[in-house]
Structure formats: C-alpha cells, structure tokens
Design a protein around this ligand. Structure first.
Ligand SMILES: Nc1ncnc2c1ncn2[C@@H]1O[C@H](COP(=O)(O)OP(=O)(O)OP(=O)(O)O)[C@@H](O)[C@H]1O
Ligand SMILES: [Mg+2]
Length: 482
C-alpha cells in the first residue's frame, strides 16, 4: 500500500487549479493542501493502525490491532464485521473523532501526507438521525445551507445547490413533507437517513464517512441508500461506510471490502474477490447463501464460543446426571446391610450388658472391620463407572471420585447403624433409612440447582446435611475445571 506522494501532490495541485466554480466558492479561499473540499481528490491510507482504550477501572483493551488499508477516490469502501469488531472505532480513528480514553498509534495518510483531518474537513454521518421533526426536508436542508455555506455565495446559488442535493439524494417526492417525530408522522426511516446524508454532502466534501447508514432500514431502502452512496463515490468522492448485514444486492454495490473480526483485518480488497479469498481459505460460499452473511459467519467467533459453551454445559449436565446416579444407586444399595446391623446390634447389646466391651470399642471395631469391604465395593463400582462414562482422565481425579463415593457409602453405613439402634425393626428401619436418603437426594442440587432450592427447611438445613449434596458439588466442581 505504497502511497505515491509525488503523484498525489501533483494531482492535488492540478485539481485545485481546476476547481469548479462551486468548489471555488466553497473551498477556494482555504489553502489547497489541507483542504479536502472542492474537487481535490482524497486518497486515504492507514497503516498499522492500533487503537487502545483505557476502561474506567484502569484496564486497557486493544480495540483495533495493526490495521492497514486504503480508500480511493471514486470508490465505495464497506467496513463489515460482527458487532463489537471495531467498525465504528475505525471510522472514528480515520476521521479523528476518537473518544478521549482511546489512544491511536500508526499512520493515517491523506494524499500521501500525514494530515489529521480537522473538524469539518471530512463529513461524517452518524448512526442516528438527529433532525428537527417539525421542519420539512427542504427546510432542513435550506437552513443548513444558509448556516454553513459562505456568505459571499448568492441565495440563488445556495438554493440551486439545495435543489441539486435534494435530487441527488432522491428526496424530490418528500421534499415538502415534515421529517416527523414521536407524535408527528413524517418521512420514512430510509428517507431520514438520506436527509442526514444530504446535510453532509451539501458542502461537497470529497471524503465521506458513514456509520451504519443502512441499519434499521428494510432491504429496499437499504439498497437505495447504498446505491446513492455509490453514485456519490462515482462523482470522484471517497466514501467509507460501515455496514451491518447487507443483502446480496447491496453487497454487490461495494467496491472495496474491509472485513474486521475482533479488531483485526480478516480481509481487505475488492469486494468481488472476497468469494475467491474465502473459497481458497477453505470456506466457499454455498450457492444460495447471501455472501455477506457467509463472510460474517466465517469471521464471527461468537457463534463458536456459544456453541462450545453449549456443548460444554451439555456434557457437564450428562456427567452430573451420571455421577448423581452412581452416588444415589451405590449408597441406596448400602441399605441392604440393614438386617445384619440389627443382628449385630442385638449381639452388641447382649455382650455390653455382660460387660464384655463398651460403645467406643464396638464402634471402632465395627467401622474398621467394614472398611476393607466398603473400599472394595466402592473401588469396583467406582472404577467401572468412571471409565465407562469417561469422566475426565487423570489419576488424581479418579482417586477423588472413588474417595467421594467411599465417604458417601461410609456415611450411609453409619446412618443405618444409628437407625438400627433406634428402630430395631427390619421393615421400619429400611423405610426410615430409604426415606431419609430419598430426601437427601432430592436436595442434592441435581434435580434443582442449589440456589433454586426453597430456602426454609429444604436448603437450610436439609441440603446442608445431605451428603449427596457435598459429594455432587465437589464432583461437579472437579468436572467444571476441565
Ligand atoms: N472509548 C471507548 N471506551 C471503551 N471501550 C470502547 C471504546 N470505544 C470502543 N470500545 C470497545 O471497542 C469494541 C469495538 O467497538 P465498536 O463500537 O467499534 O464496534 P462496532 O464494530 O462498531 O460494533 P457495532 O456493530 O455493534 O456498532 C467494543 O467492545 C467497545 O466496547
Ligand atoms: Mg458501531
């Protein structure tokens, strides 16, 4: 993107010498160099453009990174990209309108020279139409002409300029209609956009920036507005516009395309060559798809993020369901030991009465004697499930899972022992044990997320004393880390 400054300078000199009468009136008394009005062509180039913004919390963010490109007179350059990719920021940077917290580095050359566009040199049409609703289209443009055109210009000349601008923007049919506001029905949205553009081209600037001129318009109005922009560019002006989701007809009107994604340039070149570029990169545009939709889809990483997150959460949910089943099933099965507890309790009570040993000795020896058996069943069932379900690999994760299961089974055993000491009846003990476990499972955070469980009773204290809850939460936390 070499800028031939010699030619550019010669060019500007040549053209200034031949200013049209209108441009001479408008721009002739300002120095030829700094001006971009009149018939001076504006060739804009930008190189290694980087914009860094500082947020209020002191963090910095690179909004644009190393952008290089150019906009030539007689062409319509479209900036496209997903929302937040930096289109408006690039337009602001090129037109020297960046916010105060944004820092710009890189070079912007105008006709091969470093020049900051002073306010008013280039026209900028913002995204929203700030117009006075009670004026008609012609009045709006006339008032603007009166205020901004040089005093030495005669009123007839100004009026002729207003009329030619109205015709240029295709506003003849609604020239005497009021613009309209919230309570006054006026011209359509597309016509409003065209009035906003008309106000800026009144001064015949050679460089025109537009931020999303077609947003909010139906496809026919968007096409008409873009066609008008193309017409303006054919007049030797340099038009740069950011465009959101153009239809395929609108896309065909673009000369150059600058495609941004996350502040970086994905494509810069002829709009018509973009098909070839994406096809070569392995993303050919399907026959019946709108090319601009296809390009945006290719560069929009937000879709992939959403998809990955969804996929991830589905996987997490499936694993959560599986873990919940394993903990529920294995611990529930432990109730099967209840009859032997009742037998043990009876033996214990008899032996205790006879003074053989006390409660502590019984609890310790009973727990220790059950340990090898519990370790065996938790390791066997845990290992089978862990590898069948392919919970995430790694020995420590596996060990954590099995230990969680072991701890849960031990708690159930203890719970059943406690019940057996209170209810020494097989049937009643099993019903009470199953009931308590059922409630613990209900509030374990699987059927309803912990924050959604009703607070009184179910969350506090039930889910806090539910061992299922702690086992599942820890397991889910482990899974989520990966
Ligand atoms: N002055 C600023 N201060 C803080 N953040 C900013 C500033 N300017 C731009 N940004 C951030 O830079 C990113 C790009 O913003 P920009 O307005 O250029 O996007 P865009 O491509 O025009 O999006 P849209 O299509 O939604 O208009 C956004 O994430 C925005 O929050
Ligand atoms: Mg924007």
């Amino acid at each position: 993107m070499e800028v031939d400054s010699g030619t550019a300078a010669a060019n500007s000199g040549l053209v200034v010498a031949g200013l049209s009468p209108l441009s001479r009136t408008l721009w002739g008394d300002r120095g030829a160099d700094a001006e971009l009005g009149g018939d001076v062509s504006a060739r804009l180039t930008w190189k290694d453009l980087t914009v860094t913004v500082t947020h209020s919390n002191g963090e910095t963010q690179k909004v644009l990174e190393g952008l290089t490109g150019y906009a030539e007179p007689g062409t319509l350059t479209a900036l496209m990209g997903p929302s937040g990719s930096g289109k408006s920021t690039l337009l602001d940077a090129l037109s020297n309108r960046l916010a105060s917290n944004a820092f710009l580095s890189g070079s912007i050359l105008l006709n091969g020279r470093k020049a900051k566009l002073s306010f008013g040199t280039a026209a900028y049409v913002t995204q929203d139409d700030n117009l006075i609703g009670t004026l008609t289209v012609r009045e709006t443009i006339s008032y603007s002409a009166r205020l901004r055109l040089p005093d030495k210009m005669r009123w007839e000349e100004k009026r002729a300029l207003v009329e030619s601008t109205i015709i240029e923007m295709g506003l003849q049919d609604c020239a005497d209609t009021v613009i309209g506001n919230w309570h006054l029905r006026g011209i359509s949205g597309g016509e409003k956009r065209r009035v906003s553009i008309a106000l800026e081209i009144l001064m015949r600037p050679r460089l025109l920036f537009l931020d999303e001129p077609t947003s909010g318009l139906d496809s026919a109005s968007a096409f008409f507005v873009t066609q008008t922009l193309r017409g303006l560019s054919r007049d030797g002006r340099t038009v740069v516009a950011s465009i959101h989701q153009p239809s395929s007809e609108v896309f065909e009107l673009f000369d150059r395309l600058c495609l941004l994604s996350g502040g970086k340039n994905v494509y810069f070149g002829k709009a018509s060559d973009a098909y070839e570029f994406f096809a070569q990169a392995g993303f050919p545009c399907p026959a019946l798809r709108n090319p601009s939709d296809h390009f945006l889809r290719c560069v929009n990483s937000d879709f992939d993020k959403v998809k990955n997150t969804l996929k991830g959460s589905l996987k997490l949910q499936a694993r959560g369901a599986c873990a919940s089943f394993i903990f529920g099933f294995v611990t529930f099965m432990s109730i099967g030991g209840f009859p032997s507890f009742v037998e043990d309790m009876k033996v214990f009570q008899r032996e205790r009465m006879n003074g053989h040993y006390g409660v502590i000795a019984f609890v310790i020896s009973n727990t220790l004697s059950a340990t090898p058996f519990l370790i065996m069943i938790t390791f066997i069932s845990g290992t089978l499930c862990y590898f069948m379900v392919r919970l995430h690999p790694g020995f420590t994760h596996y060990l954590f899972f099995v230990l969680c299961l072991y701890a849960s089974v031990t708690v159930v055993e203890s719970l059943m022992m406690a019940i057996a000491s209170v209810v020494p009846n097989f049937l009643m003990g099993i019903v009470i044990g199953a009931g308590i476990q059922g409630i613990f499972m209900l509030v374990s955070g699987y059927f309803r997320l912990p924050k959604d469980i009703p607070k009184p009773f179910w969350r506090y204290p039930m889910s806090f004393i539910s061992f299922h809850f702690w086992a599942l939460q820890e397991d889910a936390a482990e899974e989520r880390e990966h």
